[in-house]
Design a protein around this ligand. Structure first.
Ligand code: TYM
Length: 382
């Protein structure tokens, strides 16, 4: 991957990702027009902005998921999160989209919180920390608005007793060479993290139906391993729908990182901070002076505020078209685009904060005593 000047793994995304090339490298499929048309029909013409604008751009077996839906066999959704101190806007992408899929298809959603993964991957973190972050991140996830009767959120360190028998069957089918080749680990990696892929694969087998995983494309290596072994255990190969990465504020390369605060907008950032980060740090494709901008217009391919608006924050196609034309031709200046973005981000975060305040009330329903959660705790997976 080196010669392409970009890298995508579950732990590192760097360089300007060429998504067309990535589809070839990973061996996935571009989401076709006919798939989009079918989802549009099912959603009564209200295709999600992330599908309309190609952020969710690639898949494996999404056609089979739609077939299972058409033929009433059904399917379920699975996604997850390795807890960290705070969630940023990029982390919200798969959850917003998964909630929309749940509403459209009326299916169960399983959300894995990998407090174990986070702990084992970083020598400096304690389990107490990752467990506290898990709690905070779960409140953010609940605030997205999932259906409490059809959603099960679980922390690995808690649910392990119920999953362990099936996890051992998965682990038995994975050898060190595969893990090494898939994730680039070596003999110095701790044995917990070598074993961990079995735990992330396991929820794809929660039901004897096909599983659809919405996530950014960085998670794909796990699903490749899953697809090699699932059928031998009597389960379906996982289907996936992959998103691109929302770029960090400060450059259009790589993905947002929680460890570089100015590169990300956090869900907990107050309005003034959001405004300041966007106005000060967001990388602009506009020209150096107003005069030049009026003459030459902005380079939209590298302009981060434009991309954030395009991918998520300006859902109205007509408005987006106007911004595209005016900004690229120089009628609009960077400051104006940044202002629109800051307003939109703050609107979303204000809504999110309100929902988050109520999330604690529903916490136990999602984790322990809601309809689906209760069923899951009664089950030992083997
Ligand atoms: P984590 O916590 O790194 O990321 C959570 C989810 O957010 C996606 N993501 C992004 N999407 C768009 N733009 C970005 N800038 C961006 N940054 C992160 C990730 O792809 C992921 O979907 N090992 C996983 C946790 C996990 C999981 C899963 C994820 C367990 N089971 C099943 C997806 C599906 C992790 O570290 O995610």
């Amino acid at each position: 991957m080196q010669e392409d000047n970009f890298k995508v793994t579950p732990w590192e995304v760097s360089g300007r990702v060429d998504y067309k090339k990535l589809i070839q490298q990973f061996g996935t499929q571009k989401i076709s027009k006919s798939i989009l048309e079918e989802i549009s029909r099912i959603s009564q013409g209200r295709l999600h902005v992330m599908l309309r604008r190609d952020i969710f751009f690639s898949h494996r077996d999404l056609d089979l998921i739609l077939k299972d839906y058409r033929e009433k066999r059904g399917f379920f959704l699975y996604t997850g999160r390795a807890p960290s101190m705070g969630m940023h806007i990029g982390h919200l992408v798969p959850f917003l989209f998964t909630k929309w899929l749940q509403d459209v298809f009326n299916v169960n959603v399983y959300i894995e919180i990998t407090d174990d993964e986070k702990f084992m991957r970083n020598q400096e973190y304690t389990l107490k920390q990752t467990s506290e972050w898990a709690h905070q991140n779960i409140l953010d996830i609940i605030a997205v608005g999932f259906n409490p009767d059809k959603t099960f959120i679980f922390k690995d360190t808690e649910y392990i007793r119920n999953m362990y028998p099936l996890v051992t069957s998965i682990a038995k089918k994975l050898n060190f060479s595969q893990i090494k080749a898939t994730f680039g680990m070596d003999a110095s990696s701790n044995i917990g993290i070598l074993f961990y892929p079995a735990i992330q694969i396991f929820p794809t087998m929660f039901e004897k139906k096909r599983c659809l995983i919405p996530a950014a494309i960085d998670q794909d290596p796990y699903w490749r391993l899953q697809r090699d072994l699932a059928e031998s255990l009597g389960y379906y190969k996982a289907a996936e729908i992959h998103s691109k990465f929302l770029p960090p504020l400060a450059s259009s390369d790589g993905k947002m990182s929680s460890s570089i605060p100015e590169s990300a907008v956090y869900l907990s950032d107050p309005p003034k901070t959001v405004e300041k980060k966007i106005m000060k740090y967001a990388f602009s494709g506009g020209q150096a002076t107003t005069e030049l901008q009026r003459k030459l217009g902005a380079d939209l391919r590298v302009d981060v505020p434009y991309q954030w608006l395009y991918y998520i924050f300006e859902e109205n196609d007509g408005e987006m078209q106007k911004i595209t034309e005016d900004y690229s031709s120089g009628r609009m200046l960077t400051g104006e685009v940044k202002k629109i973005l800051a307003q939109k981000v703050n609107l979303l975060l204000e809504d999110h904060r309100k929902n988050r305040e109520k999330a604690e009330e529903n916490y136990t329903r999602f984790l322990y005593d809601g309809k689906l959660a209760k069923q899951m705790w009664e089950k030992i997976h083997s």
